[in-house]
Design a protein around this ligand. Structure first.
Ligand SMILES: O=P(O)(O)O[C@@H]1C[C@H](O)[C@@H](CO)O1
Ligand SMILES: O=c1cc[nH]c(=O)[nH]1
Length: 334
């Protein structure tokens, strides 16, 4: 264990209501990740020296935009793969929290100039698309975390509202990850930096997981479960599929792998979990991975469900996260 036990959850990671973080584990010398007012402390010492930091893939800059004015009221950042899903979510959450736009105004994609991601702001909720896979969401996370810092956002909470393949789960089921692992079962995100392998613990906030699970209702048309979410670097061979353009493993290899994952507590497979958990944890941001299963991988590889059914399933994580946001906003008011 390192002196600041970086591979374990800090005892009091989110202990203080004002957002200040301090780990009280004996011997832990971990840095504080947030200021007492809840704003983030930059984890990169170079950031403060960059006067006009430009968030290239968002098309937003500290010099060209009044980021504090535009974003300081953000409390929740919700991410998902596609721009269409995030626009749908933006409209959904607008209704849920009773937010209205000025007469005649419509939701605008704030990052449209960059032509990379799509971002909609609905009062305290930022809805952003992240594309597919670790490299894409990684770039977005770097820039969104810097945006949080530049805009002086206080105690933001991040959600990924995604899709995945379930293991032994009925399609439509929502999985709230209590752990993020890679294809080898490692509980960290591994990145090569300047020729060195850097491992960053992929830790999700267990309290947030439990709060989300408690929001599932018996009358819901979908089940909500928890377990480990596996992050693959590929949709086809990397997830054991046998229907890619190439396949040098057998159906038996695939089933053995999937069963082995299942025995280790893996409930679902997607392509962003480890980096999302690792970078938010490193930044001192509370986060959760909420995915809906589009297919039961023990029964097949192809995702052939009609589009309208899949669109309905994609709403399931949005419903759960929407309930959480609504609850937190009403608690903050009272
Ligand atoms: O949020 P999305 O639906 O993009 O999540 C999963 C993981 C990959 O990005 C993608 C593969 O189809 O779907
Ligand atoms: O099986 C699936 C379905 C959606 N997304 C994935 O990454 N895998």
């Amino acid at each position: 264990m390192s002196q600041n036990h970086e591979n374990e959850e800090h005892d009091h990671f989110y202990h203080y209501e004002d957002g200040a973080f301090e780990c009280t584990k004996p011997g832990c010398n971990v840095r504080k990740l947030r200021n007492p007012d809840g704003t983030l402390r930059p984890q990169n010492p170079n950031i403060e020296a960059i006067k006009d930091d430009f968030l290239y893939h968002l098309g937003l800059g500290a010099a060209s935009h009044d980021l504090v004015n535009m974003f300081s009221d953000v409390q929740f950042v919700c991410m998902g793969g596609t721009s269409a899903r995030m626009e749908i979510f933006a409209h959904y959450i607008m209704k849920e929290i009773g937010h209205s736009l000025p007469t005649g105004a419509d939701l605008q994609d704030i990052t449209r100039k960059s032509q990379r991601f799509a971002m909609y702001k609905v009062g305290p909720v930022l809805c952003v698309s992240h594309g597919m896979g670790v490299p894409s969401i990684g770039i977005l996370l770097h820039e969104i975390i810097k945006l949080m810092y530049h805009a002086k956002v206080k105690n933001p909470i991040f959600f990924r509202i995604g899709t995945c393949g379930g293991i032994g789960l009925e399609p439509g089921t929502v999985i709230v990850a209590n752990q993020a692992v890679d294809e080898m079962g490692n509980n960290y995100y591994e990145q090569k930096i300047c020729g060195k392998v850097v491992k960053r613990p992929a830790i999700v906030d267990k309290r947030l997981v439990n709060e989300l699970l408690a929001l599932s209702k018996p009358e819901d048309s979908f089940k909500v479960v928890t377990g480990a979410t596996m992050c693959a670097n590929d949709f086809y061979e990397g997830q054991g599929r046998t229907d890619g353009a190439f396949c040098e493993h057998s159906e038996e290899d695939k089933m053995n792998y999937l069963r082995e994952l299942q025995n280790k507590g893996v409930k679902n497979i997607e392509m962003e979990a480890t980096i999302f958990a690792a970078l938010t944890y490193k930044a001192g941001i509370k986060s959760a991975l909420v995915n809906v299963a589009l297919v039961n991988r023990l029964k097949g590889d192809q995702v052939t469900t009609p589009k309208e059914v899949m669109m309905e399933w994609q709403n399931h994580p949005q419903i759960l996260v929407g309930r959480y946001i609504k609850k937190k906003l009403s608690e903050n008011k009272s």
